[in-house]
Design a protein around this ligand. Sequence first.
Ligand SMILES: NC(=O)c1ccc[n+]([C@@H]2O[C@H](COP(=O)([O-])OP(=O)(O)OC[C@H]3O[C@@H](n4cnc5c(N)ncnc54)[C@H](O)[C@@H]3O)[C@@H](O)[C@H]2O)c1
Length: 354
Amino acid sequence: MMHLRIVYGVKIMPIQTSPVRAAVIGLGWPGMQHLKGYIADARAEVVAVCDLDETHAQHIAAEHKIPHVYTNHLEMLEARHIDAVSVCLPNFLHAPMTIDALNAGKHVLCEKPPACSAAEAQAMADAASQNGKTLMYALVQRFGGNTQRLKQLIDAGELGDVYFGKAGYVRRRGIPIGKEGWFVDKARAGGGALIDIGVHALDCVWWLMGSPKPVEIMGAAYSHFGHLVPDNVKYDVDDATFAQIHFQNGATIVLETTWALNLPGDNYIKVAGTKAGASLSPFTLYIEENGKEVDKPLDAPAINSFDEEVKHFVECLVEGKVPISSAEQGVILMQMLDGIYASAAKGSSVHIQT
Ligand SMILES: NC(=O)c1ccc[n+]([C@@H]2O[C@H](COP(=O)([O-])OP(=O)(O)OC[C@H]3O[C@@H](n4cnc5c(N)ncnc54)[C@H](O)[C@@H]3O)[C@@H](O)[C@H]2O)c1
């Protein structure tokens, strides 16, 4: 059956028949979540895996009855039996591998962060558009049950005009190092706590607030915990970053994110509007009723957010929809991260144009 791709309401080209024949590049923990997500979706099948570690890739392929195993992504991309690729690789490989896949005519679901910089994310968006392929970012927090429910409430106007968001992903101690220390090497990760986990918190609160256009950013970044990684590991990234972002519509986001901080760990998303406010955890609506402050517990079905994320990607391909975490949104998200780092380096606020 032929499906049509719809961009901003305009049908422009055929997109993808089902089952979508998917491949996963990079079989670490996130790669395995993508793989399980495709397996859980009847409209998709996993036809290939690719990892530098051939023994691991062979093992995963045997366990899940996946017919093709590659150790070289370019060889894999030549295969005509692959429609879509999940890029689950270290950050510095997101842009080149995604662009290779798009140029080879594959749709791409790329792990977070979108890239190491907004310039890379723009090149990825350009490659998607030039090749007429879908590029979606795996921003998994958007796909949690509570997040989806809160987004429905906000879009239905239950909170009024949402003008303030507060997001935190704070670890007291929790510096990832990764294979060959890539997580803590700026050249390969693009940054530290902010680009690794702050990106989840910022993206989630920004999306809930309707993805407004950022105009001015004040950021501060610190690196005080390099002594926690082995001596032979290069450590030149932020382990604590704080920011305030102002948007064209007048809204503000305050963000805190750390891999190491001498305070208790915390993980929260809060939004406030003219009619009500809400928090994801505890999942609560904060309102005023008859002049009294009332905290109303909210609920949402327990769902596997990774399965939901992959399901959305597959659905976008077979139903011709634009992903909620689109290539264009990836560029703006990276502009905000670049802006926070630029402001922190400069010691004053920076203005950005999206
Ligand atoms: N969404 C989430 O919750 C989440 C969680 C962890 C990591 N991530 C993201 O996922 C990505 C991967 O993280 P990770 O922790 O799995 O990293 P990792 O260092 O464990 O690497 C993942 C896999 O990629 C393989 N690999 C590396 N270079 C390759 C190449 N050139 N070709 C083929 N395979 C190659 C490695 O052998 C490894 O098995 C990162 O961008 C990270 O930010 C997301």
